[in-house]
Design a protein around this ligand. Structure first.
Ligand code: NI
Length: 391
């Protein structure tokens, strides 16, 4: 593949990317319900020569382009789902579906990856190996669509995996690159403190789950401040309490619900034991009992050092090194991690923040507006990676 030709073609496809993105934006669909979105992607891609399409899950789709030359098999992943939000930003192409909005930029990810498939189809005779394009459903709703696609075998034989996210956290024109842990693992806990209810005037006859729970809540903060190595970032937040129904009745139970965010897989696996030890100790002191339900959410996205290096190399002679922004890890979770179990991966953040255009609004917000110009860089980035790894 000739780099100059590819750069020119990617640039020419930008208007098409915008058109596709606006179509998805206007027709936003929620996680696990992306039927029309999937049909539309299929209808567009099946026009292309040399693109093999499969639908291994109810929604979501995989397109493959087998190159004319021997080489490696690499995969790209774009997520396709919208959020349960009613759009409120005055855009001409606002979502027609109340309660469904592309407020995280997945419409842009889908459109950029479709354009990448166009480039792969055109240059398939020069491709060394195979390009796999994963259009993944349900990123926004755990357990997520990635795990389903993984179990359906879409990653078999894939040697490298790439993905990206448009983000208003970074300025348009910048590509956020980082080696190592990029996103936090996001897990949930529910602790049920079991006491003995009774009259508020006779606490001696009761085991008060609220007093016990209050001590548990405070004591849990010892995990981050005293039990975890200070250099490991961890957030443990209690966010929901459920107990009681009357002002003069000591209830039987109290439920403490919260979230834990971690980067290290080892630390992540250690935390439930720490919660049990602390809760058990406090309960023993008051005579209460407890149960812990721990729900594993998305694992951390870990960027492979070698692949991150390829991404940086790929950008040389494309947008140039000044487009690369070294970034810190980000706290939101990403189920891209479910696809990277057996192969190295790299996930890149693509800037879309431009204060002058009013595109600095945070994601997951009804007023979110994406700077579409960011997709020019996003498509360039993806094409540069494909050129570097399959060219
Ligand atoms: Ni997102």
């Amino acid at each position: 593949m000739n780099k100059e030709i590819l750069i020119k073609e990617a640039e020419e496809l930008f208007a098409q990317v915008v058109e596709w993105r606006r179509h998805f934006h206007e027709n936003a669909e929620l996680s696990f319900q992306e039927y029309e979105t999937t049909d539309y992607i299929e209808a567009q891609l099946k026009e292309l020569e040399g693109v093999e399409i499969s639908r291994p899950t109810k929604t979501g789709l995989v397109a493959r382009v087998k190159g004319g030359l021997p080489g490696r098999k690499i995969a790209f992943r774009a997520d396709i789902d919208a959020l349960p939000i009613t759009e409120d930003n005055g855009l001409e192409f606002m979502s027609k579906n109340p309660g469904a909005m592309h407020a995280c930029g997945h419409d842009g990810h889908t459109a950029m990856q479709m354009a990448l498939a166009v480039l792969a189809s055109r240059h398939r005779s020069e491709i060394k190996g195979e390009a796999v394009f994963i259009f993944q459903h349900a990123e926004e709703l755990p357990p997520g669509g990635a795990v389903e696609l993984y179990e359906a075998g879409v990653m078999e034989g894939v040697e490298e995996l790439y993905g990206c996210h448009l983000s208003s956290n970074y300025p348009t024109g910048k590509l956020g690159v980082r080696s190592g842990a990029l996103t936090a693992a996001t897990d949930r806990f529910d602790i049920t403190i079991k006491g003995k209810g009774g009259h508020s005037a006779m606490p001696d006859q009761c085991v008060d789950p609220i007093i016990t729970g209050a001590q548990v809540i405070t004591a849990l903060q010892n995990i981050v401040s005293r039990n975890i190595r200070p250099l490991e970032p961890v957030v443990l937040s209690v966010c929901q309490l459920t107990a009681g129904h009357a002002y003069n009745v000591i209830p039987h139970e109290m439920v403490i619900t919260g979230s834990v965010r971690t980067f290290s897989e080892q630390v992540r696996r250690d935390i439930p034991e720490m919660i049990k030890r602390i809760t058990g100790g406090v309960c023993a002191s008051t005579g209460a009992e407890f149960e812990l339900a721990y729900e594993w959410g998305y694992a951390s996205v870990i960027n492979d050092e070698v692949l991150t290096g390829y991404v940086e190399e790929a950008l040389e002679g494309w947008f140039g090194p000044e487009s690369i922004l070294p970034i810190e890890p980000v706290m939101p979770g990403e189920d891209f991690s479910a696809l990277q179990k057996d192969c190295p991966a790299c996930f890149i953040e693509i800037g879309t923040r431009d204060e002058a255009k009013g595109t600095a609004t945070p994601h997951h917000n009804p007023a979110y507006i994406m700077d579409e110009e960011g997709m020019r860089y996003g498509l360039g980035l993806l094409a540069a990676i494909m050129h570097h790894r399959l060219g």
